[in-house]
Design a protein around this ligand. Structure first.
Ligand SMILES: *Cc1c(COP(=O)(O)O)cnc(C)c1O
Length: 401
């Protein structure tokens, strides 16, 4: 949600006369972001998708490696793996939070497991204490997709600081936005920060080995300069990934800074709307909201609730009725292992039974973004009450027969 302060920030950058990619605002935004999240580094990029792509490049995946991933997330969490020669093993999820189930992860760990990809679904942090214990015990890296989680917390710590790498999105639908598109990678390792900084500015994350010697009495910047034929093949053996241009523009970063100032208000508003939806659901015993999780502050990127199986109305009929009443309904997210690109790699129905059951039969997502007006919220709550009352009547009829 953007207002006059954001517009003023853009105008300030445009009027400053400095190049729109000079990096002053970008650096300030990154500094503030790393302080907020509590990591040594925060590197901005142009989208959450690019953040994930570059983060996954840092994992140094080799043929035969295995990566465990949650199937209940937006496709961008796992999609970059299609470009790496690895085997993806989708874990199943916890039906209460829709986050990766630590017990399922534990059963999928093998000596070849290199990494785990997670999301904090809807803004509820995954069970990181258990997951990190499993990962550390097995020497496995963990990437948090924090696209929903900015502004939430886990036992006082911020998502994005709970594992090895955090990836954020500033798409206009997310908890804050940098003019519609943007992303951030958070991490502690200095060598990774250096590689990522190279990769986002069109350098490969190369390491030129061995150490420089001399060239005509001068120190050579790189050893490949010493080769008589300037053979890049000679000693640039450690180039791992090509770069890309993912530099955030100055107006975007300036807006990001203003949005960080407003983060608490924006999250409070999401929580307030969520609280009112929960109060509306409470009288109906055949639906349940995501309950509070120990130590977790829910950033409420999404409002998710579940319909009991065997209710007088199916999930699809419930969603259809809400749509009829003018509520914009979007189910998030189709289970990844059933998407064509993953089916083509042998993934199949039945692979993640909890995920499939929750998505196809029980899960409902409602809007709860701060941009909703009071009028829209009252309308939403009224429509919800109407549809659930109809379902209750149908339930009673069912019980009576
Ligand atoms: C939005 C989102 C992304 C991708 O972010 P973009 O900035 O839109 O590229 C990745 N993962 C999840 C879970 C998301 O919701």
């Amino acid at each position: 949600m953007l207002g006059t302060e954001e517009a003023e920030a853009v105008a300030r950058v445009l009027n400053s006369g400095s190049p729109l990619s000079s990096g002053r605002y970008r650096e300030a935004f990154e500094r503030r972001f790393s302080e907020l999240v509590g990591t040594r580094h925060a590197l901005s990029v142009t989208s959450g998708t690019v953040a994930l792509e570059l983060a996954i490049s840092l994992l140094d995946l080799w043929p035969g490696d295995e990566v465990i991933a949650t199937p209940q997330t937006y496709k961008a969490t796992v999609q970059p793996l299609l470009r790496h020669p690895v085997t993806v093993r989708f874990c199943d999820i916890d039906p209460v939070t829709l986050n990766a189930d630590p017990d399922s992860i534990a059963t999928l760990i093998t000596p070849r497991t290199k990494a785990i990809l997670l999301v904090h679904f809807g803004g509820v942090t995954a069970d990181m204490n258990k997951i990190m214990k499993i990962a550390r015990g097995a020497g496995v890296l963990v990437v948090e997709d924090c696209a929903h989680a900015l502004g939430g917390s886990y036992f006082g710590a911020s998502p994005g600081s709970l594992a090895d790498i955090g990836c954020f999105s500033f798409h206009s639908s997310k908890n804050i936005t940098t003019l519609g598109e943007g992303g951030m990678v958070t991490l502690n390792r200095d060598d990774w920060a250096e590689r990522l900084d190279l990769m986002r500015s069109n350098e490969s994350d190369s390491i030129y080995a061995p150490a420089p010697r001399t060239l005509g009495g001068q120190a050579a910047a790189h050893t490949w300069m010493l080769h008589p034929g300037n053979a890049f093949s000679h000693d640039c053996t450690q180039i791992r990934h090509p770069g890309t241009n993912a530099i955030m523009s100055e107006p975007a970063a300036a807006v990001g800074l203003v949005q960080l100032d407003r983060l608490t208000d924006l999250i409070n508003r999401r929580q307030e709307i969520a609280g009112r939806i929960s109060a509306t659901l409470a009288p109906f015993p055949f639906v349940r909201a995501v309950p509070e999780q120990p130590g977790v502050v829910n950033a409420h990127h999404l409002y998710t609730f579940f319909l009991d199986p065997g209710s007088g109305i199916t999930r699809d009929a419930l969603v259809g009725r809400l749509e009829q009443l003018g509520i914009e309904m979007r189910l998030r997210y189709f289970p990844l292992h059933l998407l064509p690109e993953w089916r083509a790699q042998g993934h199949h129905p039945g692979e993640c039974p909890v995920t499939e059951r929750m998505w196809f039969d029980q899960q409902v997502n409602l809007p709860c973004q701060p941009v909703l007006s009071e009028e829209q919220i009252s309308y939403l709550l009224r429509a919800l009450r109407t549809v659930l009352s109809e379902a209750e009547t149908a339930n009673r009829a069912l019980a009576g027969t």
